[in-house]
Design a protein around this ligand. Sequence first.
Ligand SMILES: NC(=O)c1ccc[n+]([C@@H]2O[C@H](COP(=O)([O-])OP(=O)(O)OC[C@H]3O[C@@H](n4cnc5c(N)ncnc54)[C@H](O)[C@@H]3O)[C@@H](O)[C@H]2O)c1
Length: 401
Amino acid sequence: MNTTSHPSLPRRAFLASAATVTAFAALKPSTVFGADANTRLDIGLIGCGGRGSWIADLFVGTGKYRLVACADYFRDRVDAVGGKHGIDPARRYTGLSGYQRLLEGKLDAVVIETPPHFHAPQAAAAVEAGKHVFVAKPIAVDVPGCRSIAESGRRATAKKQVFLVDFQTRANPLFREALRRIRKGDMGNVVMVEAHYPWSSGGRDLPPPTVEEQLRRWYNVKALSGDFIVEQAIHALDVATWVLDSDPVRAQGLGGQKLRPKGSIWDHFAVNYEFASGVPLSFTCIQTIPEMRDEITCRAYGSEGYFFGDYFSNVWIRGNEPYPGGNVGNLYTDGAVANILEFHQAILAGRCDNPTVAPSVRSNLTAILGREAGYRGGELTFADLLKANEKLEIDLRGLKA
Ligand SMILES: NC(=O)c1ccc[n+]([C@@H]2O[C@H](COP(=O)([O-])OP(=O)(O)OC[C@H]3O[C@@H](n4cnc5c(N)ncnc54)[C@H](O)[C@@H]3O)[C@@H](O)[C@H]2O)c1
């Protein structure tokens, strides 16, 4: 299922945007122009659905990767990607354990694009197998999953492997520069933050009736997606926690299913968070409103100025030390391509500090805290969320191993 309202671009548009990214991405010249800069890495794709097949084209389109293996629960999915990229049929793996057989093969890295429920175990196995890991957001659906990814990131660093989480905003030069200036103090002390995720897509379906069908259409299944706030709206919370640079202390949540049938995920959440030093974050997300203007916005108010960032439009700081920023362009594609290039560069340079892991764990836990406070219709502290360590289970018995 492709849950985005911003479908992949045709190849021509991708090549244009990839060239743009190559031009402005913050790449070290020594690596870019060094003899190894174009070394092709062998990758395996785990999860051959909408984003998996789309991002496989981006990886290969950079000329820096060869797609040599793929895994998906379903045969038709691996054959679609495998056929397109000329993958040896013997290296197209199916079933729940297909990814483990993929990891036994000769590969430099894996790209994980399965439903979020599976990211943590698949990433852990990939790190153990000695592969570099590129994984889609959200990293996990629950606290144990976030802890597992944090541990996999540390293991990867210890084993000199690269582990990158694909948040597009974090790869964007305008967002990076604005955040650098916020850290430098250009906005003064951060007093209050807002984050919003109004989304016109998402559908209003019930989960499919069988678990096997749910693997294909997983978005409406809480244990597989983590619900709307974790699977989608995390993009806004990730920018907010980047600005705030601390864990939340507590959250007060509301929300529900006024548009979607009971038994599905929620259609809206409204959460008031408290961060360190009492700084409030006011957050809302809502989906499936026809003709709504999509936004993934964060506004931060400081003692000396004001930050605005939107995934679909502009980034700026206004105030005593203004930053004009600019339009982010097609962040959906360009951000992914920038991450794909940074992944390659980090592997070649042996740069294994893996800076995307800790912030992704933080924003994911923040989203889970908001979800759980919302389900309670009340307050939950971060400490109690961590202590409960609740796992979202799904019964996979009977499925093809
Ligand atoms: N902007 C973004 O960063 C962005 C956009 C879209 C999707 N995503 C993320 O990408 C991931 C994939 O999303 P998608 O839209 O491609 O979903 P999708 O349903 O189109 O693809 C997922 C694939 O995983 C397969 N699968 C399910 N369970 C599996 C298992 N246990 N083992 C192997 N394969 C399994 C399914 O058969 C399917 O082909 C999700 O984590 C999603 O949140 C990120």
